[in-house]
Design a protein around this ligand. Structure first.
Ligand code: AHR
Length: 499
């Protein structure tokens, strides 16, 4: 069998929402503190306490939105602790994540400052589990009311006269678990009540996101859509790729081919989850007004040896790059319903873009995937037909190829591809229907070992490279791609218009 892909360049009606490429930063381990925030007095170069190297690196990803402050932390976060002069801010214990002391030096003002530096849209997750309706309502007033108002006036006294734009607000996080252990019926009612007081002040229109299901909990989606669907703009979904069991998840770097296979196989479950949750949503919302927001996804391995188990610090290999590429291709394919997603998490936690060690910083293979895949942001998704060989491991198999194509505003076609088979290179024959291509360019990322990763001593062990002769051959409407074992790639076709 050969591997063939047809790209229907003259079709495509749905836009790939840039917000699918969103990120997540929680007060967890070294994500906020050390990862983003080092404080104004730090020797690490920073702007108003936020480290410059991390901001510069992330700007290259065109991060569309950043979710904060959690995660589980969100439902025990009391935002008033985190505003005003830093030296007066109350300390709390971060009971979820290592029971460390949280000094609240990074709060609302610092978060919006970070978003402005990154040029990204803020996505705040409010506290339903241990907070009050009034507290949530006042937070929105504090951030977005033009004033005069009690909260807007307080914001001005704390140094910010102008309101911020707050486009996205989550009403609770994992309310079925760390966010309050609620039943869906109870949360649906709580959601209706809390969201009532998440006000749209002046020109700030808030997109309200209800806490959605854990993985395959379809009952949660059913109940939420039935009881509260009319009150939400988005419903979330959380799904992590864990190769083993929660108690023994598996190492981020020490794994064999069997574990590589099972990791990719589990990551591909995202397709089924979106189809089935989406199917339930279709029954209540056939016009797809409510977006499915996958606001936590990514790999979750055992923490790196010698690190705090509550900090969720893990390395990131070529395997993570495959997981990221496969998942983003799935999101693109469902961009009519999936209109936002947030990989967990941006720096030093789980499937991170960036790892830091003091003043040092490295980019992970997952960072490179987000950088390669950013061409799809805001482009028109092109329907494809992929016929793929299997990558077999023992008696199981997954497709050897995954692809996603889009057309940008300038008429260029972008194609992202994952080749999952780690044992052999292979060829994909691409037919371009409805257009003629003049040239092809692209980049490929792979490595000799599946567990290749960047370290603070070798920061360039894995990174994308430009195409070599023989990687891509364009002739008429046919593009022939030859990809190495276990690789991800992006190709751009300059076209001569629709035929
Ligand atoms: O991302 C880590 C944690 O995973 C989040 O805090 C929580 O929402 C989820 O269980």
């Amino acid at each position: 069998m050969t591997n063939t892909l047809t790209i229907n360049a003259d079709q495509g009606t749905n836009t790939i929402d840039p917000h699918i490429y969103g990120h997540f930063a929680e007060h967890l381990g070294r994500c906020i503190y050390e990862g983003f925030w080092v404080g104004e007095d730090s020797d690490i170069p920073n702007t108003r306490g936020i480290r410059n190297d991390v901001v510069e690196a992330l700007k290259k990803l065109h991060i569309p939105n950043l979710r904060w402050p959690g995660g589980c932390f969100a439902d025990e976060y009391h935002w008033k602790d985190g505003v005003g002069p830093r030296e007066n801010r109350a300390s709390i214990v971060n009971t979820h994540w290592g029971s460390v002391t949280e000094n609240n030096h990074f709060g609302t003002h610092e978060f919006f400052d970070l978003c402005e530096m990154l040029g990204t849209a803020p996505y705040i997750c409010g506290n339903v589990g241990s907070g009050t309706v009034q507290e949530m309502s006042e937070w929105v007033e504090y951030c977005t009311h033009t004033g005069p108002s009690p909260m807007a006036d307080w914001r001005a006294r704390n140094g910010r006269k102008e309101p911020w734009q707050l486009p996205f607000f989550g009403v609770g996080n994992e309310s079925w678990g760390c966010g309050g252990n609620m039943r869906p019926e109870f949360y649906a009612d709580e959601y209706r009540r809390y969201q009532t007081y998440v006000r749209h002040y002046d020109k700030n229109k808030i997109f309200k996101i209800a806490c959605g299901a854990n993985s395959a909990d379809y009952e949660w989606t059913e109940v939420l859509m039935r009881r509260a669907g009319g009150h939400m703009d988005g419903l979330s979904l959380h799904f992590y790729t864990v190769p083993g069991e929660w108690k023994k998840k598996g190492s981020a770097t020490q794994f064999d081919q069997a574990e590589y296979f099972i990791t990719l196989q589990k990551a591909l479950k995202m397709e089924e989850l979106i189809q089935r949750h989406g199917g339930i949503m279709d029954r209540y919302d056939p016009k797809k007004r409510v977006a499915l927001i996958v606001d936590e996804w990514g790999t979750w391995f055992d923490v790196e040896e010698g690190t705090n188990p509550g900090f969720l610090y893990q390395q990131n290999t070529l395997r993570d790059a495959l997981v990221a590429g496969l998942t983003l291709n799935i999101f693109n394919a469902h961009c009519d319903r999936v209109r936002m997603a947030n990989i967990a998490q941006t720096v030093n936690v789980l499937q991170a873009m960036i790892l830091t060690d003091g003043a040092k910083m490295i980019l992970t293979p997952t960072y490179h995937v987000f950088e390669m895949w950013k061409v799809h942001q805001g482009a028109t998704m092109l329907p494809i037909h992929l016929s793929s060989e299997d990558y077999r491991h023992e008696d199981k198999q997954i497709p050897a190829w995954s692809a996603s194509a889009s057309k940008d505003g300038a008429g260029r076609i972008h194609l992202t591809v994952c080749h999952t088979n780690p044992s052999q290179s292979a060829t994909l024959s691409v037919e371009l229907r409805g257009t003629k291509a003049a040239s092809v360019s692209g980049r490929i990322m792979t490595a000799n070992e599946l567990n290749t990763h960047n370290t603070f001593d070798n920061a360039e062990a894995i990174a994308p490279r430009d195409l070599n002769e023989g990687d891509a051959h364009l002739e008429g409407d046919r593009l022939t791609l030859t990809l190495p074992p276990a690789s991800v790639a992006v190709f751009t076709l300059e076209t001569q218009g629709v035929m």
